[in-house]
Write a protein that binds this ligand. Structure first.
Ligand SMILES: Cc1cc2nc3c(=O)[nH]c(=O)nc-3n(C[C@H](O)[C@H](O)[C@H](O)COP(=O)(O)O)c2cc1C
Length: 181
């Protein structure tokens, strides 16, 4: 197998759910925005609209609404179960699109994750926040507050920040993927 910086970055990326309080730098943010913008989309339709939320008070308020809707803090039943859905990350990026563009959003979020990893930042992809943004009343309120049009649907989100833990790498079932010759 070939190892280079890009491959190593992809192979080393893992989910982190404990972050340092320190905000990511403006340069790092700019780089993540460039990586997100560069993501390909079907027919180059560019359906995804993204907000990098860096307002801790706003995220705390979102968590209160989230918990009122779903009844729990975060869906991960591990040591993180009392974490908010955004795992106290200083930056939480949310990706919206009209209708369902999960494929395009997934490609975009991985671009963000790999660019983040390459800069020493950690990430956790978050599907669960969809419960907040799809709530008729609270979801519309938050979309208005972050400048997302009413018709748009939450696709995926991602926590971003400096890591404050180094979890074990989670194994993959290797027999799922093979070449056909
Ligand atoms: C589509 C998707 C949705 C996810 N949603 C959540 C979530 O809501 N909360 C969370 O803590 N982790 C979430 N995760 C993180 C996964 O649990 C994690 O990627 C998986 O356990 C594999 O771990 P690894 O990324 O360290 O290899 C999500 C990951 C993906 C790809």
């Amino acid at each position: 197998m070939i190892n280079n910086e890009t491959v190593d970055t992809i192979l080393n990326r893992q989910t982190v759910r404990e972050y340092k309080k320190e905000q990511i730098s403006e340069q790092e943010l700019e780089t993540l925005i460039a990586a997100a913008l560069r993501a390909p989309s079907g027919r180059n339709s560019q359906p995804c609209h993204v907000r990098f939320i860096q307002n801790a008070e706003m995220l705390r308020e979102m968590q209160i609404d989230f918990k009122n809707i779903v009844g729990w803090d975060t869906p991960v039943h591990t040591k993180w179960e009392t974490n908010p859905f955004y795992h106290n990350a200083p930056t939480f990026a949310v990706i919206f699109a009209q209708g369902e563009s999960y494929m395009d959003a997934g490609i975009m979020v991985e671009n963000i994750c790999i660019a983040a990893e390459s800069m020493g930042l950690a990430t956790c992809i978050v599907g669960s926040a969809g419960a907040l943004f799809s709530d008729k009343e609270k979801g519309e309120k938050w979309k208005t507050r972050i400048g997302i049009n009413a018709g748009y649907k939450y696709q995926i989100g991602v926590c971003i920040g400096y890591p404050n833990e180094k979890p074990e790498m989670k194994p993959r079932f290797e027999d799922r993927i093979s070449a056909v010759r």
